[in-house]
Design a protein around this ligand. Structure first.
Ligand SMILES: [Mg+2]
Ligand SMILES: [Zn+2]
Length: 583
């Protein structure tokens, strides 16, 4: 990045009145967050991106902040300040400071605790040619937040103030109160503006004026600490490392979810927001994933747009409805990635420009690539969970772990092999598994996979319902991630090859539940892994199997046959145990 280091402007006038029960009259800028004044945290962050030029916009009774600033002037950082004679609002304070503003500046509110990649933010501002860039993110209370309406090109077209009318179905795109601003965007405002608010008064005026206001979506940590409750939560996040962990330098585990049949009920093509209903339990599970610092995003084929059944704007409203329903359970999506295309031409009312092959319609990998560019996920432990074989194929082609649910199509389309997919009752169960059980199982699978050099033939067996198939499939993915190809034999699906089939060393993994025909066919296994299950876990598993047993036949899939096979095989004597490494 060759652009000169920008100026940092901090709106630091607040007296922290709402925090007074905690801070006894300390100006907001100097309120300690886990022992460090919030303003120091902001300047440290800016300094780490080379910012040397700081302007503080202060209110009256700011002597303490000025004293602090005099002491902070070191390390080659210049700190200037302006003191407003009367409260002017965030917009008024900024406009009053115009003579002191650099050509391009970062604007922070002093009650924000954050750790974000400022270099990337500034790069985005320049690349897009924005005059103003607003950092936005989803939150778990969009209904009482200032929302942004953003067009397909990333431009903010409207600022929406709460309360939001029922049925307005706005997207969960919240102003995170951090900006990059070109001074030229402020030139045309009157010299002596009245008291005004930046977000609520100036932004809408700029949009009306034709100023390019862009949105920068961030999954990083930005939260205000302006009330005792929030301060407490933010301090807990600082102590636990949650603030720094979300910085883009750290890749995070993600759960990518298909939309129709996975998040919401499959009811054919949805072109009206009110037709969208969430599958029970999904919202609460997504909320848990949000709080567990997993990224959650939707990746969805929506040929309704290409077919002309609904416009991009209407699709945004459908997604606004989905996000509104999720927010009722304090859940949100870090992104929604849509393929609007459809391959077949020649239908009435279709939009020809969206017809034809594309790189984003699943099973193609374009949506996953876009999601990764924004969200920077750790693909080694990221899942793609869906109800169609194209979701499974997309996960495989993207190097992600596929999960298949019994809701929606339940894989019944069978256009692509399903054998590598881990099976779940629904997305809620999938997310619970990914959060609670997967990390430990995955670590062990990786350990085993690292040692398969000389092992070509692995048997995974155990009592029915003890997670044999799940374990074997995860082991297969772990082996694939080590650069080997894997042939996976299950008793329900045709054999499936994971990874490059031409790889020199192919590993075969055979899954057997409850005993083995395979074990008696004369083959010797290099490694036998057995699963065990205690009685409490067993009861839970039996209950889940009951649910699956009910769900699969209803979807016209071979699940009943699969379960029948398992029962038949359970009479067979166990194979000789070559080596067991996994309890
Ligand atoms: Mg689907
Ligand atoms: Zn597409």
């Amino acid at each position: 990045m060759t652009t000169p280091s920008p100026q940092l402007v901090v709106l630091a006038g607040g007296m922290g009145t709402r925090l007074s029960s905690r801070t006894a009259g300390v100006p907001k800028a100097l309120v300690p967050v886990d022992g460090v004044p919030v303003i120091d945290r902001q300047l440290d962050l800016a300094a780490s991106y080379g910012v040397r030029d700081v302007l503080l916009l202060l209110g009256h009774r700011s002597e303490e902040v000025m004293r602090w600033a005099s002491n902070r002037r070191r390390d080659g950082v210049s700190i200037e300040w302006l003191i407003e004679s009367e409260p002017r609002g965030t917009g008024g304070a900024m406009l009053d400071a115009r003579k002191k503003l650099a050509e391009r500046f970062l604007l922070f509110f002093v009650d924000q605790v954050m750790d974000i990649d400022l270099g990337r933010l500034l790069g985005h501002h320049d690349e897009r040619g924005n005059a103003v860039t607003v950092v936005v993110h989803p939150n778990d209370h969009p209904y009482d937040s200032d929302l942004m309406e953003v067009d397909a090109g990333g431009r903010v077209v409207a600022v929406l103030r709460p309360p939001h009318a029922p049925g307005s179905h706005h997207r969960n795109i919240v102003n995170a109160a951090t900006y990059v601003i070109d001074r030229s965007a402020l030139d045309w405002f009157p010299e002596h503006p009245g008291k005004c608010d930046l977000a609520r008064d100036l932004l809408p005026q700029m949009i009306d004026h034709g100023t390019i206001v862009g949105a920068y979506a961030s999954r990083e940590y930005l939260k205000d600490m302006g009330t005792p409750d929030r301060l407490e939560r933010v301090e807990a996040d600082v102590r636990s490392g949650a603030v720094g962990r979300r910085h883009l330098r750290n890749r995070l585990p993600a759960i990518l979810l298909d939309r129709d049949g996975t998040i919401n009920h499959e009811v054919g093509r949805i072109s009206n927001p009110d037709d969208l209903q969430l599958i029970p339990g999904v919202a609460a599970a997504i909320g848990r994933a949000n709080r567990a610092a997993h990224l959650v995003a939707a990746v969805t084929n929506q040929p309704v747009v290409a077919r002309g059944d609904c416009t991009e704007h209407e699709l945004e409203r459908i997604h606004g409805r989905m996000e509104g329903l999720l927010a009722e359970s304090k859940a949100y999506l870090d992104g929604i990635y849509v393929c609007p295309h459809h391959p077949d031409r020649g239908f009435e009312g279709e939009r020809v420009e969206l017809k034809g092959p594309c790189g984003c319609r699943k099973p193609a990998t374009g949506l996953v690539i876009r999601a990764d560019r924004d969200l920077m996920f750790d693909s080694a432990c990221t899942w793609l969970v869906g109800d169609s074989s194209s979701d499974v194929a997309c996960a495989m082609a993207s190097g992600l772990i596929p999960g298949l649910v019994t809701t929606g199509h339940a894989g019944a389309d069978r256009r692509h092999p399903l054998g590598a997919a881990v099976r779940f009752v629904d997305a809620a169960h999938a997310i619970e598994f990914i959060l609670d059980s997967f990390p430990a199982i995955w670590r062990r699978c990786q350990t085993v996979a690292a040692g398969v050099d000389s092992l070509h033939n692995i048997l995974v067996r155990g009592p029915r319902g003890s997670g044999v198939s799940t374990l074997a499939r995860l082991l297969a993915h772990a082996v694939r991630q080590m650069g080997r190809s894997v042939e996976l034999h299950t008793d329900s699906d045709p054999p499936v090859t994971l990874g490059d089939g031409a790889a020199a060393q192919q590993v075969a993994i055979t899954i057997v539940d409850g005993g083995s025909a395979a074990a008696n066919d004369g083959r010797a296994f290099d490694l036998v892994i057995e699963t065990v299950v205690d009685s409490a876990a067993r009861a839970a598993i039996e209950q889940k199997i009951g649910t699956i047993r009910q769900a699969w036949p209803a979807r016209g899939i071979t699940g009943t046959q699969q379960l029948a096979n398992k029962e038949r095989l359970s009479d067979c004597p166990p194979p000789p145990l070559a080596r067991s490494v996994m309890p």
